[in-house]
Design a protein around this ligand. Structure first.
Ligand code: UD1
Length: 390
């Protein structure tokens, strides 16, 4: 496995022009440290930031740019919400002329959202090199739109930058040549380390009348959980039970909010006395709430990773995870959507807070991934000699 820990700077090397793509909320905390590192290393990199506009609300997008201290995007493709096909096609159509005009050396895409695969496809067809950050994660559940996006992006990207050793294994098993794969660590953790201290100045705890370790935090947005009444109702039954012993704070994604109404679950949700439904939070407020929670319940991918590093117990309301290392090494437990199982695991976690002295953090989740990504871009596969093999 290749690790990109060393820097080879060559004064004769030309400056690399890189388009960094950000589309949806979980992209922003992955792109921010890469853009910041390129600014620090502006003698080596010219960074262009493209926002596809997949997420566009103040709460889903603007708040993150502000909290993560990201520059304004150089261009916003303004694609917005639509069906998967229309949204993906919209990004493809808008991004292609931009890439043709800019002629970048690299396009960097992150994560697994529709914008990720759309931009990667444009570049593969144009012969522009794509680097995929967070490559190789697999849930093995092809009903998840993100799983399709991951598999396709990894097949067509030139450079696959992985967050954990299991991701390298997955790519190898799919026949991807070793020289295209680099283990660089978890980029989200760069943002977490950069902002966790500042997040403690947020007033969100007092605004919600909460004490540290005095509440559980919930997020829910996967179509398999919130678009299907049976699954959503089973989760609500579990929440009602858990809320008898712990207050639950629920910042709700716009699609979840809409589905509560559409599925006729508004009254049911309002009747859970100790469940507080609020609007989506910005990065700093959410990080504050997550780092001070007694328990986190979620169907998000990134939150499984953040709670692992923060040492907060996490119950994942899914049958599978593309991030198994958070279960093997971290504080994550898979609960699925069975009411009794969720309640039993929540009770166990609440009764047995983790011993902070025995917490483990996966390798290279160290806040230095952005620099390893930049190193990999300047030493692409064809000239990869000289990097450390671990
Ligand atoms: C997307 C990603 C998912 C990620 C999630 C995080 C894909 C396939 N899915 O799912 O991996 O975990 O973002 O949030 O790319 N909406 C707004 N305002 C916004 C954005 C969306 O109101 O700024 C509403 C719209 O009604 C839209 C719905 O949310 O139809 C879903 O948005 P969309 O981007 O299609 O997918 P997400 O569910 O957010």
């Amino acid at each position: 496995m290749r690790a990109c820990g060393f820097r080879f700077s060559d004064p004769l090397k030309p400056m690399l022009k890189v388009i960094n793509v950000a589309g949806a909320r979980p992209n922003f905390m992955k792109v921010a440290p890469i853009v910041a590192a390129m600014k620090r290393r502006s003698d080596e990199f010219q960074s262009i930031l493209v926002h596809t506009g997949q997420h566009y609300d103040a709460a889903m997008s603007d708040a993150f740019f502000r909290d993560l201290e990201m520059p304004e995007p150089d261009v916003d493709l303004g694609v917005g919400s639509a069906s998967h096909a229309v949204q993906t096609a919209g990004v493809i159509q808008a991004f292609e002329p931009y890439v043709i005009n800019e002629k970048p050396d690299w396009v960097v895409v992150v994560g697994d959202v529709n914008s990720t695969v759309a931009c990667a496809l444009v570049c593969a067809k144009l012969g522009v090199k794509v680097a995929h950050v967070e490559a190789g994660l697999r849930s093995r559940d092809r009903t998840m739109p993100e799983e399709i996006n991951r598999i396709l992006t990894d097949q067509i990207a030139e450079l696959l930058l992985t967050p954990s050793p299991d991701a390298n294994e997955n790519l190898r098993a799919e026949g991807i040549p070793e020289e295209r794969i680099r283990f660089v660590g978890n980029i989200m953790i760069d943002s977490l380390f950069a902002h966790v201290e500042r997040s403690q100045h947020s007033r969100v705890l007092s605004e919600l009348n909460l004490q540290p370790r005095g509440y559980a935090l919930l997020t829910l947005h996967r179509p398999s959980n919130v678009d299907e009444k049976g699954a959503f109702a089973r989760i609500l039954d579990a929440l009602e039970e858990i809320s008898r012993r712990e207050r639950i704070i629920f910042p709700a994604h716009p699609r979840t909010r809409r589905m509560i109404d559409e599925l006729g679950l508004t009254e049911r949700t309002e009747n859970i006395r100790n469940l507080t439904l609020i609007d989506p939070l910005g990065y700093l407020d959410f990080l504050n709430l997550a780092s001070n929670a007694k328990l986190v319940l979620t169907d998000s991918g990134g939150i499984q990773e953040e709670t692992t590093v923060l040492g907060i117990p996490c119950i994942t309301l899914r049958e599978n995870t593309e991030r198994p290392i958070t279960v093997e090494m971290g504080t994550n437990t898979l609960a699925g959507t069975d009411t009794e199982r969720i309640v039993a695991l929540a009770n166990r976690a609440l009764d047995n807070p983790p011993d902070q002295s025995t917490l483990r953090v996966p390798p290279l989740w160290d806040g230095k991934t952005a620099d390893r990504i930049l190193d990999a871009l300047s030493e692409p596969p064809a000239v990869a000699g000289g990097l450390t093999v671990v």
